[in-house]
Structure formats: structure tokens, C-alpha cells
Ligand binder design. Sequence first.
Ligand SMILES: Cc1ncc(COP(=O)(O)O)c(C=O)c1O
Length: 439
Amino acid sequence: MNSQKMINAFDPKAAQGLNQAERSMIERRQKLLGPAYRLFYQHPVHLVRGEGAWMFDAEGNRFLDCYNNVASVGHAHPHVVEAIAKQAATLNTHTRYLHDTVLDYAEALLATFPAELGHVMFTCTGSEANDLALRIARAQTGGTGVVVTELAYHGVTASLAELSPSLGEGVPLGRDIRTVAAPDLYRYGPEMPAKFAADIRAAFADMARHGIKPAALLVDTMFTSDGVFPDPAGFLAGAADAAREAGALFIADEVQPGFGRTGQMWGFGRHGVVPDMVSLGKPMGNGHPVAGLVLKPEVMERFGSAARYFNTFGGNPVSAAAGMAVLQVIQREGLVENAGKIGAHLLAGLRRLAEKHAIIGDVRGAGLSVGVEMVTDRAAKTPATAETTRIVNELREKRLLISASGPGANILKIRPPLCFSATQADMLVQALDEVLAAL
Ligand SMILES: Cc1ncc(COP(=O)(O)O)c(C=O)c1O
């Protein structure tokens, strides 16, 4: 594949098919925002409003959002909107003043983690959370080396871009970074957990040979950008052991799987392992920029004595109120359970489609984090790259939004808001059935 090209990115050269209003908006974006931005879909979507799992475009057309891990308790959820508005109308400051909301939220959030994870530090983005995790890991271990997966994405800062191979060959990896193949059960079979741990050991050993001291193993616990790899439950424990044997810390990036998506509150919970640090973001504020890092107090010792931490917007009262409201909605509306139940229903529907359509090579997922791997040949598992692009775009024409991932750009990535219903899951399965039948 051309790894420099973003999967499901709009190609401006294909703008001729669009109407005048769309073309002029795209031109305006390019002129104002510059060349680094990308739109989704060959026919970009212009959205103006959202409610639950639905979004509406400028003409009032309704789109089923099957790809949103930000507004994860539902678009414009009234409880979250009200909490933000109320706090914004009262006071917004920062963590250098005493304020109850950030403490109440920290308490409520930490209560959802294993007891060993006793501190939380607030940031505004998942990138900042991972960046802080790296600083802390490097201070604590005295090392610099980090192991990530082959198609990982961990953020936009200089320290994270150099360990986010999914950004493509145009963004070089750092010299202290090693990559390991994704834990691909579909390709490696039952040997995968042992192979994954062995690859991590080998990566740390290679660092040592080059005089690089290990600092961390950093993984998205659902391997979302690698192609969604949840199984077998428990395999990450061996990976964490391999990292710790090398003297590295285990950082779980929960920016994608966290806050209930997998049918458990945290993706690492599926693997019976307690990370040293856990980075949070995306769904944490349902669209409000709030993120953070949860960690074991003992990994903070060196960083805490050498450095001080202040993030102007991180943990401000409005953000804390947004985070608290999201947590309340997740708990009151039983969204973790809903993700598990509707996710299982969706997986069953997709597996029925696999019996009918030979192009579906594998269906996998946990809760509402689902990957469907498309192949042109089931025995050889050859990526159906071009077909996958067509499927994603044809679903968009039917007004259902998903995307794709994986090294062959052939894995449908399905990640609806946690309030997704069985009826909405059925709509997606039916639309996909129609698209596959017409391929
Ligand atoms: C796994 C993972 N980690 C970190 C990030 C970075 O988060 P942010 O965009 O909030 O900086 C992302 C964003 O897509 C992500 O998917």
C-alpha cells in the first residue's frame, strides 16, 4: 500500500463531480487551512447538527454515524451540554486555584480504575496525555526507547509523530523507536500471543544492542489503527510482561477503547493487566477537549520531584464539568452494557453477512469497536483494498458513515456512538449487504 496516503481521504482531483457549493467550500478550506488537512470520503460530508447517533447535513439529510468515538454518548447530549453551559456561565479558571469540580471528577474517574492507578493528570488532547506519559516514563526509567505497533497512531506532537508509523513514510520514525507487527490473530493464528510477546522482547533487545535504554511499550489496547485486534482476551498481559522484563513501563493508550467502547470501561480490562499509565482522550468530554493521564503513583516519583506540571486549560472547571457529565451519562444510561450488547448483535449480523459474501475474510471486535477484513481470496487473505474504498464510499452515498484501516487499507472500521441501538445496527448490516451484493 501507499502508506503516505491516508485511508478514506478525499482526493481534491476528484472534485469535478461535486456541486458548486461543495467545490467552493473545499477551495476555501484549502486556501485558509493549507495543504496538510484531509477530508473524509470521495464525496465529502457537510454536517451541521447531530442528535444521538444521527447527524444532519446542510440540506437536512440524515446520516447514521457509525464512526464516532468523540461524541460517544450521543451527539449534543443534553446533560453534557447543560453541564458545560452552566459552568461556563459561572466561572472558568485553571488548576492553580482551588476548585471542587476537578477534584470531584478526579475522584469519580479514578473510581473506575484498578486501585493501583491512583493519580490523574489533566490535559486537553490525547496527544498531550501520551506526550506526558513519555516524559514520565523516560524520567522514571532513565531510558528513551519506545516500542509501538507497525501501524500505530498516538498523536500529533513531535515526540508522538516520530512513533506513529500510521502517519506514513513522509513522517520519519525516531531513532529510539522500534515497531512490532500488530497482534493479528487472523493472520498468525493461535501462535499470535507468543509471537507478539517475542517480537516485543526482540525489539527491546535490538534497542539494547544499539545502546538505547528502554522506556516504554505504548499500545492502543484495541489496536484500532492497526486494524482492530481484540482477541484472544488476555494476550496483552504477556506483552506487558515482556516490556517490564526489559525495564520498560507499559502505557495503555485508551484514547480509542476507553470509556466503555469495548463493553468494558477500559480496553486493558479485557486483558487482565494493570498498565503503569493510561492515556485518555476523545470520548472523555463527548466533543469538549478534555483528556488525561491516569497512573500509578510510584511511576511519578522522579518526574514529580524534578519537574512541575501546569496545563493552562487541562482540568479547567468547564472541562472537568464536561468530563463529569459524560461519566454520569455513561453510568446512568448503562452505556458500557449497551456497547457490549449492541456490539454482540452487530458482530452476529456481520458474521451472517460473511456466510453470504466471500469478500468478508474476518469479522472481529469487542463491544462497539469492530473490524471487518475484506479479502479478494480467503485462503491467501489478499487485501481487497480497492473494494474496501468502494464499500466505504457507497455506504456514505447511502448516508451511513464508517471508515477503514489496516496496512492493506482493507479493514472496515466501525465505531458508532455508545448509544447505538439494535435497529441502527441492523440498518448498517442491511446497507452493507446491499453494497456487497452490488459490488
Ligand atoms: C490511539 C490514539 N492515541 C492518541 C490520539 C491523539 O489524540 P488527539 O487527537 O486528541 O491528540 C489518537 C487520535 O486519533 C488516537 O487514536
